[in-house]
Design a protein around this ligand. Structure first.
Ligand code: ZN
Length: 160
């Protein structure tokens, strides 16, 4: 069955579609993006949707919502193969794999280092920066002090 025929939610006028999320992970993304339902914006969530390339996948359609660079980093941590589409006037104006929207295994603006003596935890103009070491389970290393943070620390910080 084609993806078109199994699409359970209609097109949106303006906003962002996050496609090719690993099946079952879209709710974590919703928490990480701080979508609570109080925004008065329509959000469509597809969980375990049939996918030609993935078997099953999740998909999120966010109306009137753009993604910041930090949000792209968060999504990339748990959905590295996600495809991000920008929708305007019901048309796809931009569609790119998330991997092409950011570079390498380093990311900023998402986590705080849990080493209290790390330079990023003082009032110096040093931004948090981490290197992704593993995804399953999540494992990251601070770029500045080499402190390794495990999935439990990361999920706590991301509100997952
Ligand atoms: Zn650090």
């Amino acid at each position: 069955m084609s993806e078109e025929r199994t699409m359970i939610v209609s097109k949106i006028e303006r906003g962002t579609v996050i496609d090719k999320i690993p099946a079952g992970k879209s709710l974590q993304l919703i928490y990480m993006l701080h979508i609570t339902g109080d925004e008065m914006k329509t959000v469509a969530v597809g969980i375990h949707v049939n996918s030609a390339s993935m078997g099953k996948k999740d998909i999120l359609k966010l109306t009137n919502r753009d993604l910041s660079g930090a949000e792209l980093n968060k999504i990339w941590l748990i959905a590295p193969d996600a495809v991000i589409s920008t929708i305007k006037d019901y048309q796809v104006s931009d569609k790119r794999p998330i991997s092409s929207m950011r570079s390498g295994n380093e990311f900023e603006g998402v986590l705080k280092c849990n080493n209290p003596t790390c330079a990023t935890n003082f009032n110096e103009p040093v931004k948090n920066k981490f290197i992704l070491m593993d995804r399953d389970p999540l494992l990251v290393r601070c770029y500045y002090c080499d402190r390794v943070m495990i999935e439990d620390n990361i999920k706590d910080q991301l509100g997952m």
